[in-house]
Design a protein around this ligand. Sequence first.
Ligand code: NAD
Ligand code: MG
Length: 398
Amino acid sequence: EPAGTAPQRLSIFGSTGSIGCNTLDVIRHLGGRQSYEICAITGRDNIDLLARQAIECQAEIAVTANANRYQELKEALSGTGIEVAAGETALIEAAGRDIDWFMAGIVGMAGLAPTLAAIRTGADIALANKECLVSAGELFNREIEKGGGRLLPVDSEHNAIFQVFEDDQRHAIERIILTASGGPFRQRSLEDMATVTPDMAAAHPNWSMGLKISIDSASMFNKALEMIEAKHLFRMSADQVEVVVHPQSVIHSMVGYSDGSILAQLGAPDMRTAIGYCLAFPQRPSLPVERLDFAKLARLDFEAPDEARFPSLRLARQAMQAGGLSGAILNGAKEVALEAFIAGQVGFLEMADIVETVMQKLGAADMTSIDAVFEADGTARILAGEIVGSRTQRPLAT
Ligand code: NAD
Ligand code: MG
C-alpha cells in the first residue's frame, strides 16, 4: 500500500461466524485500523462477540439480525459511540451504506437481500454466501453488472478457480473441476449413513467451518450448491462443471484448457488465503497460513463421487440443467431439511429425499425477478416443512 492512501472502507456481514471471524483476523494481520475503516458488522445470536468485535475494530454500526436482542446489544455498546440496530430492515439499511468492499458472510438465503443492497452501492463484493448465486443466479450477476463493483469469490473452490481462470482465454476453457473432500462419510455404507447424528455429520475432516456448511459437506449438498455457484460465477454450461473427490483438500479446484493443460490452486485448508486474496486483489497479501510441505504430504488421492450415496450431486446437475428457479427451490428445500436434521426430526438420508420430492413437485419455472426468487424459496420451504411434518408424525427409526 502506498503511504497516504485513504483506508479502504469495509462492511462484514456475518462477522460473528466462521467466515466473519476469519475476515477480521485477516484484517488484523493486514494492518487493522491503519489500513481499513470498518463501516458495518453484523451477527444474529452471539451478541457478546458482536459487541467485542465492534469495539475492537471501531465499527460505525453493529447490527444484530435478531430484533429481540436489540436492547442487549445497545447496553453492551453504551458509551462507545457505535451505532446499534436490529432486525432485517436494519440489516439491509446498513448494507446500503457507502463502502469499498463488502463481505457477504451470512449463512443461507438470509444473506441475499443485504448482499443485493450492498451490490447497489457499487462496492466490490467478497462472496462467501453461496446461496445468493444458487438461488438468484443470472439475476444476481445482472445486479453485479449494474452495480459496477467486482464479484470476488471467497468459497475456497471458487477462489481457486478465480486464481487460475484466464478470462482472456475464456474460449479455450473446456471445464472446471471442483474438488470435494468427500466429508466424514466418504467411506461409510448407505446403511450406516441412515443413522448418523448431526454431531457426526458436523465433524469435517479438513476444514473448520460453521455448523450448517459442515453438515452440508457431509451430505455433499455443499458441493451441490458449489456446482450451481460455479456455473453462474464462471458462466459455464452444466456439463462443463465436474466434481472429483480429493480427500486431502490440498488442491482447492482446477481449470481445464483446450491444450490439455490443467491449472490448479493448492494450499493448506485455511479460508484466510481466499479471504486475503479477495481483500487485496489484484495484489497478494502476506498471511501467516501454514505452508505446504510436499515431502510430508507424500500423496494426493482422487476418486469419482458416488451419486448413489450422495444424491445431492445428481439433484444439483438437474437444477443446473433446468435453470430458472430450480436453484432457489433446491436451496429452500435443503435449508428446511437441514434444520429438521439438526433438530433430530429427520434422518441424514431423508434430507436428499425431501429436496428431491420438492423439486419434482414444483418443477422448473423461469426466473423473472428477484421477487420470484423469494417466492420460489418460500414455496419450497412450505412444501419441505409439510414433508418434514408428515414424517415426524410417525416414530423415528433409531
Ligand atoms: P456460520 O454459521 O459460522 O456464521 C453465519 C453468520 O451468519 C453468523 O454471523 C450468524 O450470526 C449470521 N446469521 C445466521 N443466520 C442469520 C440470519 N437468519 N440473518 C442474518 N444473519 C444470520 O457460517 P459460516 O461457516 O461462516 O458460513 C457463512 C457463509 O459462507 C455460508 O453461506 C457458507 O456456505 C459460506 N462458506 C463458508 C466457509 C467456511 O469456511 N466457513 C467456506 C466457504 C463458504
Ligand atoms: Mg467450498
